[in-house]
Design a protein around this ligand. Structure first.
Ligand SMILES: *[C@@H]1O[C@H](CO)[C@@H](O)[C@H](O)[C@H]1NC(C)=O
Ligand SMILES: *[C@@H]1O[C@H](CO)[C@@H](O)[C@H](O)[C@H]1NC(C)=O
Ligand SMILES: *[C@@H]1O[C@H](CO)[C@@H](O)[C@H](O)[C@H]1NC(C)=O
Ligand SMILES: *[C@@H]1O[C@H](CO)[C@@H](O)[C@H](O)[C@H]1NC(C)=O
Ligand SMILES: *[C@@H]1O[C@H](CO)[C@@H](O)[C@H](O)[C@H]1NC(C)=O
Ligand SMILES: *[C@@H]1O[C@H](CO)[C@@H](O)[C@H](O)[C@H]1NC(C)=O
Ligand SMILES: *[C@@H]1O[C@H](CO)[C@@H](O)[C@H](O)[C@H]1NC(C)=O
Ligand SMILES: *[C@@H]1O[C@H](CO)[C@@H](O)[C@H](O)[C@H]1NC(C)=O
Ligand SMILES: *[C@@H]1O[C@H](CO)[C@@H](O)[C@H](O)[C@H]1NC(C)=O
Ligand SMILES: *[C@@H]1O[C@H](CO)[C@@H](O)[C@H](O)[C@H]1NC(C)=O
Ligand SMILES: *[C@@H]1O[C@H](CO)[C@@H](O)[C@H](O)[C@H]1NC(C)=O
Length: 497
């Protein structure tokens, strides 16, 4: 064979290789088009402005109809949102009772950016006070896959900016970017979720879920500029003085793995939420594993908050491992909630057997490790816990409660450096003390003792704990602590970058 024939064969082989690697499983080419439910065949309109109400509604309906068609079809179970196209989007209705449907997001959904009053009202919500429908809602379904043809994935632009500001100013109800509830065997991968109006990926009472290779981003710079313009950033900390509630992953359920994901936001990044004895699929959030993932900014790999409940709110058997944090606001964050009326009236909760292993954090901006009443001021949510952000500075308060004890908390191989605050608060209550904790090989390098005035953890009602190779000790909180600190002006040594 002449040389140029060899060369052209080689070129063809190379081209084939390139196209195979670029599109590992290209749904647009791989299948008979009659087996694909393309949203364009259901009236979707591509590439319009995100302020186009008519297109947003058509696209919401097209996705809904394509998904229903896939559910009903014997063979054509795959819905395609085609590549290189952007779809203005507003949800049509919750997608309920689906079985065996795959949604392939190759292009992008971009949430409607016109008048917020036009957004689809909700007839589905865990919370009766929330009057808008979340962007994508899947309920009471099983064998659902959200994926993409290419490893670069598909994007959902939540376009949350207007909602953030309107919520602060007027308490305007705002949608989560997606909610998957009461569902089994769900996989989500290669989806990228940006700028959610409220929480981003809300998985509630689900089981057997795998989430991998996903990213969540909230435009921190946009939020900070918006808050700064309206004097809503704390002068001393550079942190928001109002909650934005743009959580990353919020997960309640059993047998759930999240891996190879990244979250960049300004609220809980990976957050286990409780279930109770009357939940549908599990009586407790359990067997939750979050591994090989990272966080930029964010308020931690968190547990809770866990409000006491008469049917016992519960999170157990949860592991975070190989997690890397870059300048987190908090890193390890476990938050039992108050029971001001006591357990007989308010109920109880369980936080048991939580493991953090192989954790690295660079430059935590506030407490590297925080276990105790969550620090939350919630002007519109009514969830004020009475716990000051700057506790234990003079004249600050943060009561503890015994209804949700934290038991068997395990920390192994934790290294945190350049922390701007003291190492941490570990605060339980004598009426329901924390027991069975084991910290092994934990190093916290803090650059200050702010605001606790100690290089140790400040501890309260922690019993039978075992620390092995832990760089800092547990200093009992003095009962008269607040009174003994001289009233002085303190400047918090920190900024958010
Ligand atoms: C889902 O549908 C596909 C296509 O018909 C089929 O091959 C597969 O077995 C189904 N999966 C389940 C769990 O029924
Ligand atoms: C959207 O625009 C892109 C870029 O111009 C184009 O490649 C794509 O085909 C368009 N989508 C549709 C459905 O027309
Ligand atoms: C919500 O509204 C949609 C669209 O109008 C309807 O199909 C669905 O049945 C409603 N769901 C409930 C729970 O009312
Ligand atoms: C856990 O969930 C995975 C799906 O992510 C599933 O394959 C596995 O069978 C489930 N394990 C159990 C014990 O149900
Ligand atoms: C996706 O996750 C897998 C493991 O689940 C990992 O091996 C792979 O590198 C990731 N791919 C990309 C493109 O990030
Ligand atoms: C349980 O499922 C039903 C629908 O079957 C739903 O109405 C209810 O809200 C669910 N309960 C919880 C706690 O999710
Ligand atoms: C936690 O795991 C242990 C050991 O596998 C098991 O016995 C226990 O029932 C689990 N707890 C919950 C709430 O699922
Ligand atoms: C604690 O939870 C882990 C999973 O996170 C599980 O492997 C282990 O068996 C549990 N241990 C106990 C004592 O329940
Ligand atoms: C512990 O709880 C009891 C009962 O609610 C309360 O009186 C006490 O002040 C709490 N202790 C702290 C340190 O908050
Ligand atoms: C202690 O943790 C560090 C990471 O922080 C790790 O490199 C080291 O191997 C661990 N030591 C032991 C004895 O496990
Ligand atoms: C504790 O540190 C010592 C000295 O560095 C080391 O030999 C030992 O293996 C460590 N133990 C654990 C449980 O990490």
């Amino acid at each position: 064979m002449p040389l140029h024939n060899h060369l052209s064969t080689l070129v063809i082989v190379l081209l084939l290789l390139v196209s195979v690697t670029a599109n590992s499983h290209n749904y647009e080419n791989q299948y008979d088009p009659s087996l694909i439910q393309n949203i364009l065949d259901y009236g979707a309109v591509a590439n319009t402005s995100s302020k186009d109400l008519d297109a947003s509604r058509k696209n919401g309906k097209a996705l809904y109809d394509a998904v229903q068609a896939a559910h009903s079809s014997k063979d054509a179970k795959t819905v395609l949102i085609p590549s290189d196209s952007s779809f203005a989007f507003m949800p049509y209705a919750p997608m309920v009772g689906l079985f065996n449907v795959t949604i392939v997001l190759d292009g992008s959904l971009t949430y409607y950016e016109g008048d917020m009053n036009d957004w689809t009202p909700s007839n589905f919500s865990q919370d009766p006070n929330r009057q808008v429908l979340d962007g994508i809602v899947i309920d009471q379904s099983s064998h659902i896959t959200l994926t993409s043809s290419s490893n670069s994935g598909g994007v959902v632009f939540g376009n949350g900016n207007r909602w953030w500001w309107s919520n602060i100013r007027h308490g305007t109800p705002r949608p989560n970017l997606m909610t998957i509830a009461n569902s089994l065997y769900v996989r989500m991968e290669y989806w990228h979720l940006h700028d959610s109006p409220r929480w981003t990926a809300n998985f509630y009472d689900v089981a057997h879920v795998l989430i991998q290779n996903c990213t969540i981003q909230v435009n921190i710079a946009a939020q900070r500029d918006m808050l700064a313009q309206h004097n809503l950033l704390s002068e001393s900390t550079g942190l928001p003085t109002v909650p934005l509630n743009t959580d990353g992953f919020d997960i309640a359920g059993k047998n759930i793995t999240i891996r190879h994901c990244h979250v960049e936001n300004w609220d809980d990044a990976y957050c286990a939420k409780p279930l109770h004895q009357q939940s549908n699929l599990s009586t407790c959030t359990t067997d939750l594993l979050i591994e090989d993932s990272s966080i930029t900014n964010g308020v931690g790999a968190s547990i809770g908050s866990v409000p006491p409940h008469k049917h016992v709110n519960c999170i157990a058997n949860t592991t975070f491992r190989r997690i890397t944090f870059s300048h987190p606001i908090k890193a390890i964050y476990v938050k039992p909630n108050p029971c001001p009326h006591g357990p007989a009236i308010d109920g109880t909760g369980i936080i048991h057997n939580i493991t953090y292993e192989d954790i690295y954090a660079d430059k935590p901006l506030t407490w590297p490790i925080y276990v105790g009443t969550q620090q939350q001021k919630q002007p519109h949510g009514g969830a004020d816990t009475g716990c000051d952000f700057f506790y234990p500075l003079p004249r600050t308060h943060c009561p503890t409660y015994g209804c949700v004890p934290v038991t068997r908390l395990q920390l192994r191989n934790v290294f945190m450096e350049r922390a701007l605050w003291a190492p941490g608060l570990l605060r339980c209550n004598e009426t329901g003390p924390c027991t069975g904790w084991e910290f092994t090989n934990v190093t916290i390098q803090s650059e200050s003792t702010f605001p606790s005035r100690t290089r140790n953890f400040l501890c309260h009602a922690l019993q039978d704990y075992k620390f092995t190779n832990v760089s800092v000790g547990c200093q009992e909180e003095e009962v008269e602590h607040k009174a003994t600190i001289a009233d002085e002006t303190l400047t918090a040594p920190m900024t958010v970058n």
